[in-house]
Design a protein around this ligand. Structure first.
Ligand code: HEC
Length: 113
């Protein structure tokens, strides 16, 4: 076991291609750095109602630029939706890493941080 891991590492170092393609999104199962494009996720799933600046308000969407929701509340509304028109995104945005990145993205839209 130990040997095969070592060989794998050696192979990785000898083929630089191993260190490329790291920008893809994947579930973090190790300590490996994961890059999530939260902006693209927001544009894909949230922009239609909330707008790029969070103020659009389509379908009665909350103004994210003045939201006072805590991290936990934001995550909860992303995962489970609400009874005012937002649907749950737990299945559509499948990884916790992506959902947490969206929490940070949503907070960054605030005018008073
Ligand atoms: C179909 C339109 C729609 C889409 C798409 C949508 N939302 Fe919402 N969102 C709403 C509505 C409606 C509310 C509730 C407004 C209210 O409480 O009066 C809301 C509320 C929220 C809140 C609570 C803010 C607060 O202070 O009340 C957050 C955070 C939020 N949305 C984030 C997101 C994120 C992140 C996405 C994308 C994953 C998203 N929304 C996609 C309609 C939408």
């Amino acid at each position: 076991m130990k040997y095969s891991a070592l060989i794998f590492i050696v192979i990785c170092f000898s083929f630089s291609s191993c260190s490329e393609n790291k920008t893809q999104t994947f579930e973090d199962t190790s300590s490996e750095k994961v890059e999530v494009d939260a902006k693209s996720l927001f544009i894909l799933h949230c922009e239609s109602c909330h707008g790029l600046d969070g103020k659009k308000g389509t379908s009665g969407a909350a103004d994210l630029s003045v939201s006072k929701f805590s991290d936990k509340e934001i995550l909860n509304v992303i995962e489970n939706g609400n009874d005012k028109g937002m649907m749950p995104y737990k299945d559509l945005i499948a990884t916790k890493i992506e959902r947490n990145a969206l929490v940070e993205y949503v907070k960054a839209l605030r005018v008073n941080k």
